[in-house]
Write a protein that binds this ligand. Structure first.
Ligand code: NDP
Length: 494
């Protein structure tokens, strides 16, 4: 079995080899729970990235010629290797990202499920045959052919580094493309180990590359280098704008999965127990650092007080602390915020709301335990009386703070739900089909869940509207972004 935490693994993977940055520079990966260095990784620059792009370009013709079954078999062999080491990988992910180990395990499983899903789709990619008018010859027909786009760049954020790599890797590889993965600077370790395990499964050199380094160097090179034909980006809306500025003028195939501020609407006939649990997981999973998260809760006035009481009881059960340990039940572990800046921003957004009249019903503070002082911990908060135009409502809140609003009917809930620059997810909790239909039709979001937690299924296309992005990941639909459509005409008989 491969040793997961070997020294060589802390190098980056280019052209089938573990390499250092040409400059020899490294970046420390810091554990957000205690400030210790987990491991160091190469700090690549533009020249290092160019080497990876060349390797991916050289590997392209041979990889594009492999059969779909071969590609699927290699992915599944990689999945097997990763499965065997999932517990160790979850610990590394927890240490670099800050999420509790059981959440990290969930993320690894989601990745494996997604890769298996795409392996199954490899042999289903197809074009079509089109009969043409006989003017240019009888029996002439057209072919719609699907071909790989070419060298792809995958730029990944720190909040779900592994699942968000899978949503790019799977469709890119089955479509016959080569790829360069650029993880976030603060979460490269599990990514590199997974790339290593995948490549051990037998991917030819240059098909799968991982370059670690700052976005302004590695990321910008992927965006600007003309050899890279496809950019799959997940991250902040501001960085998404930069992706469009640099990669757009080169007509690259771009998808942007950006920020969100999902509204959750609870109607009076909802299953209260399920809805409370939906709000809880939807807002506080990953310490609230999720794009798809319940960032605003709209409760019908008839159930507002009862719901809020049940919710606060559950929120109070969260115990911020060491993500590698479990607290005694009924307490539930919440890891730290990923960075100090992340926590500062949440505190500023909350303070702004409080200064405008908001009432914090629970949490909203750093823990007093001196043993936690070196981590970026924060007690999850529920807030009411929040003016709809303040930062806590209008900006993306990337942490465990939930503003709650009382509404008189569905029309008001939908109007407030749409009063936001983002349009990623949304949900309604009701047994009334008419209300569900109205919410699905009128909420401005890429997805509306009905009585379901906000979750990105591998089987279903997922993408935002408004400032939440362009294009889709997940589902067979995502594969289209990694394919070029070429037409051919087969001349008819005289
Ligand atoms: P960032 O946009 O800061 O970073 C995302 C990635 O982009 C990182 O790898 C980063 O590298 C890289 N990057 C930074 N600057 C550039 C640049 N100029 N050119 C190219 N690449 C660059 O986002 P965060 O990591 O802070 O992630 C959190 C955000 O991601 C939130 O807004 C969240 O909502 C969103 N997100 C969206 C999802 C969706 O599916 N819609 C899913 C998950 C998260 P480096 O780390 O080196 O700076």
């Amino acid at each position: 079995m491969t040793e997961v935490a070997s020294a060589s693994m802390a190098k980056m993977f280019v052209n089938g080899e573990w390499v250092e940055a040409a400059s020899g520079k490294t970046t420390d990966v810091i554990n957000p729970a205690n400030g210790t260095v987990v491991e160091s990784v190469p700090k690549a620059n533009r020249a290092d990235t160019q080497a990876a792009i060349r390797a991916a370009e050289d590997a392209l013709p041979e990889w594009a010629d492999t059969s779909p079954d071969q590609r699927a078999a290699l992915i599944l062999a990689g999945v097997d290797k990763i499965k065997q080491q999932s517990k160790e990988l979850a610990k590394v992910l927890s240490a670099e990202q800050g999420k509790p180990v059981f959440e990290a395990m969930g993320e690894i499983h989601h990745f494996l499920h997604g890769m298996t899903f795409y392996a199954g789709l490899a042999s289903k990619i197809r074009g079509s045959q089109v009969p043409l008018p006989p003017d240019m010859g009888k029996h002439s027909f057209g072919l719609v052919m699907k071909r790989p786009v070419g060298v792809c760049g995958a730029i990944i954020p720190w909040n779900f580094p592994i699942t968000l790599m899978g949503t790019k890797l799977g469709p890119a590889l089955i479509a016959g493309n080569t790829i360069i993965v650029k993880p976030a600077s603060s979460t490269p370790l599990t990514t590199m180990k997974i790339i290593g395990l995948m490549s051990e499964a037998g991917f030819p050199a240059g098909v799968l590359n991982c370059v670690t380094g700052p976005g302004r160097e590695v990321g910008e090179e992927l965006l600007s280098n003309p050899t890279v034909r496809r950019i799959a980006f997940t991250g902040e809306s501001g960085t998404g704008r930069r992706v469009m500025e640099v990669a757009g003028p080169q007509f690259k195939r771009i998808t942007l999965e950006l920020g969100g501020s999902d509204p959750m609407i609870v109607m009076p006939d909802a299953d209260m127990r399920k809805a409370v649990s939906g709000a809880l997981i939807g807002r506080f999973w990953n310490a609230g650092q999720a794009c798809l998260a319940v960032k605003r809760l709209y409760l019908h006035e008839d159930i507002h007080d009862e719901f809020l009481e049940a919710l606060i009881k559950k929120v109070n059960a969260y115990e911020p602390g060491d993500p590698s340990t479990k607290p005694e039940k009924p307490a539930v572990r919440m890891g730290p915020l990923h960075t100090a800046a992340q926590r500062d921003e949440i505190e500023e957004q909350l303070a702004d709301a409080v200064s405008k009249g908001a009432k914090v019903l629970c949490g909203g503070k750093r823990p007093e335990d001196p043993a936690l002082a070196k981590g970026h911990f924060f007690h999850p908060a529920v807030v009411t009386n929040v003016p709809h135009d303040c930062r806590l409502v209008q900006e993306e809140v990337f942490g465990p703070v939930l503003p709650v609003f009382k509404v008189k009917d569905l029309d008001e809930a939908i109007a407030l739900g749409n009063d936001n620059q983002y349009g990623l997810g949304s949900s309604i909790w009701t047994q009334n089909l008419q209300w569900a239909h109205q919410a699905i039709r009128e909420l401005q979001a890429g997805v509306t869940w009905v009585n379901q937690i906000h979750y990105g299924y591998d089987e279903l296309p997922f993408g935002g509207v408004k400032a939440s992005g362009i294009g889709h990941e997940h589902g067979p639909e995502a594969v289209e972004y990694y394919l070029e459509t070429k037409g051919a005409v087969i001349g008819g008989l005289a």
